[in-house]
Design a protein around this ligand. Structure first.
Ligand code: M6R
Length: 596
């Protein structure tokens, strides 16, 4: 949550900070602010999007500074709670991403010593704490303050009397350094830096960093220097831009075929999945949040079908606080960002319980990849839209690969079956493209069904989680109330809500529950609900039972979640567009959730 970007160089900092900040807006967008050291400390901040801040900025001059875009945790979105926060002398400015857990105790102590607080944030306690330790050296004061603070943070601090220096520190919130000639950068994520440099180094937990125009120095919390060489980033700024699409979300949905292809590349022939070894694996638990959790739920069916291995899925936020049974499954943690606090907590808990851990992540070097024994990367490319789309598809593909490997090694799959499945996996990019090529059809369906106040999604078996994901997509970007049910559960309660005013979107592809699904569709249409079905190409029967059918290619049921999900993503997109919603930045949400 929150995006921060810092600069120390020879150029005027403001345009660089604003440009970087806009590329981080997906991380939070309820308020924004900037602090620059020129002739003294200059701070401007306000509630609202970055564009609102930009519209009122005076020409701040100075070549050292930072900017922040906020996703509120403590204190409502408002001008006073926006970052930067400043100390009582007005010389120190601080921006923070994370939560200072002992902020109330710190605040009480600092107030009793005369510090004046103006906001309701946890962050403000930190800037006053730094002030209380300041004796002419910002990094020393910051280090001492962080020894007193508990919680998660990526922070940036500057001091009016120390121009040319930005101090950063990280614990459980991402922070990356961009290395350039005569200038250096700090940011929450790489896209903020790409216009200026492709050489980055990652700051690790409990590390501090000081940048000046000519130097980057990383230290541990005791001040001991740490040597780390920069890495080259292989993707370009273009990858992080819209490329002619109206929204990142649409661009990213259209990138599904490429994401599938890249994720499969070089891994299928010998089933070599980043060195993953299946020895000793007798059961699997899949743990994740949000969309990644829906991938985990699909994974349960995939593992049971392909690898014939017991599998279960659990929400990371529940798993980490539950009592584990004594058996030790392979725990697979799924996270696009690799920074989700609950998933990181679950990874630590799985290891504490003695399980081997494997993570599926889209971000190379992300925190989760360091907290788990093994990583399998989805290669979907950067995803900027807050709604996860192509990365969900790539997660499914990674799960298929792991299941194939397990199935092969356990002898659950014969040669022929294995070869057939591999070929079918190779056909997945085409299946996704088949759906994308019929985006116009989906736009028309969105016009017909997208004006309801409530929409129900139903599915069964592996397509029950796909229905859950379809409903999540619709609610998060269009703000229409959408709920998904396992279709067999309708009669146990939800049917009471079904009326002619509540359209039902039914995933009714040909899978082991197809016949049952048709009966469930009968239950809702008998109550007058208009039904849009996602069905299998060539199914002549389904159109007789529903109002509309959108067809996806005929695939084995275990792979059907891929094209169905692409169709449901496009549907949600078109509905949200029709309602003129801020699709890439839905209210109250952020791309990576680094707080519990
Ligand atoms: O980065 P992660 O996959 O761990 O994120 C988990 C969820 O926050 C995320 O999947 C969220 O539900 C989606 N962005 C919603 O589209």
């Amino acid at each position: 949550m929150c995006g921060i970007v810092g600069y120390a160089g020879r150029r005027n900092a403001l345009p660089i900070l604003l440009d970087g900040l806009k590329r981080l807006e997906y991380r939070g967008y309820d308020s924004a602010g900037v602090a620059i050291v020129g002739s003294g400390l200059q701070v401007v901040k306000d509630k609202g999007f970055i564009a609102n801040l930009e519209a009122q900025l005076p020409p701040l001059i100075g070549s050292t500074g930072f900017a922040h875009t906020r996703w509120a945790t403590h204190g409502a979105p408002s001008k006073v709670n926006a970052h930067p926060h400043i100390d009582c002398t007005g010389k120190i400015a601080l921006a923070h991403n994370g939560i200072i857990e002992n902020y109330a105790a710190l605040r009480e102590k600092l107030e009793s010593r005369g510090h004046k607080f103006v906001s309701q944030t946890d962050t403000e306690s930190l800037v006053h704490l730094i002030e209380s330790y300041y004796e002419g050296n910002l990094e020393e004061a910051t280090r001492k303050a962080l020894h007193d603070a508990r919680g998660s943070y990526a922070i940036l601090a500057i001091h009016a009397d120390e121009p040319g220096k930005v101090v950063g520190a990280r614990n459980e919130s991402p922070l990356v350094v961009g290395v350039g000639p005569d200038e250096n950068f700090l940011a929450s994520d790489v896209p903020a830096l790409l216009r200026y440099t492709d050489r980055v180094l990652y700051v690790m937990d409990r590390e501090m960093v000081v940048i000046t125009p000519n130097d980057v120095s990383i230290q541990d919390m005791e001040g001991k220097p740490i040597h780390r060489d920069p890495q080259r980033i292989t993707w370009s700024l273009e990858d992080a831009e819209k490329g002619g699409f109206d929204h990142f979300m649409l661009k990213e949905i259209h990138e599904a075929p490429k994401a599938i292809h890249e994720t499969l590349l070089g891994r299928l022939a010998n089933l070599e999945v980043d060195g993953f070894l299946s020895q000793g694996v007798t059961s699997v638990k899949l743990v994740a949040c949000g969309t990644s959790y829906h991938a985990a739920l699909v994974g349960k069916y995939v593992f049971e079908e392909i690898a014939r291995i017991p599998a279960s899925a659990e929400l990371a936020s529940e798993y980490r606080y539950s009592q584990g049974p004594s058996e030790r499954p392979l725990v697979i943690l799924i996270s696009q960002s690799g920074e989700t606090a609950d998933t990181l907590g679950a990874a630590r808990e799985a290891r504490r319980r003695g399980s081997k851990t494997l993570c599926i992540s889209n971000v190379v070097g992300s925190s989760l990849t360091r907290e788990t024994d093994k990583t399998i990367y989805t290669r979907a490319g950067i995803e900027i839209g807050v709604a996860a789309t192509k990365t969900f598809i790539a997660q499914l593909v990674a799960l298929y690969l792991i299941a194939l490997k397990l199935g092969q090694d356990r002898g659950a799959l014969g040669y022929d079956e294995l070869d057939r499945l591999k070929d079918q996996l190779r056909s997945l990019p085409r299946a996704a493209q088949y759906v994308l090529d019929r985006a116009d059809e989906i736009r028309n369906l969105a016009k017909k069904y997208g004006n309801a106040r409530d929409v129900f999604y139903i599915g069964r078996h592996a397509n029950y989680p796909v229905a859950l994901e379809g409903a999540l997509k619709l609610k998060e970007i269009s703000y229409i109330h959408a709920e998904a049910y396992a279709a067999g559960e309708l009669k146990h309660g939800p049917l009471a809500l079904v009326t002619p005013a509540t359209p039902v979107i039914a995933v009714a592809v040909q899978d082991p529950t197809y016949e049952k699904m048709r009966s469930n569709i009968g239950e809702v249409s008998a109550r007058g609900s208009p039904v849009l079905a996602i069905g299998t190409e060539g199914d002549k029967e389904l159109p007789k039972f529903v109002d509309d059918v959108f067809e996806v290619p005929n695939l084995p049921w275990v792979l059907s979640p891929v094209p169905v999900s692409v169709a449901l993503q496009l549907f949600a997109y078109e509905v949200a567009k029709m309602h003129d919603c801020p699709i890439d930045k839905p209210r109250n949400l952020a791309k990576s959730v680094t707080v519990e």
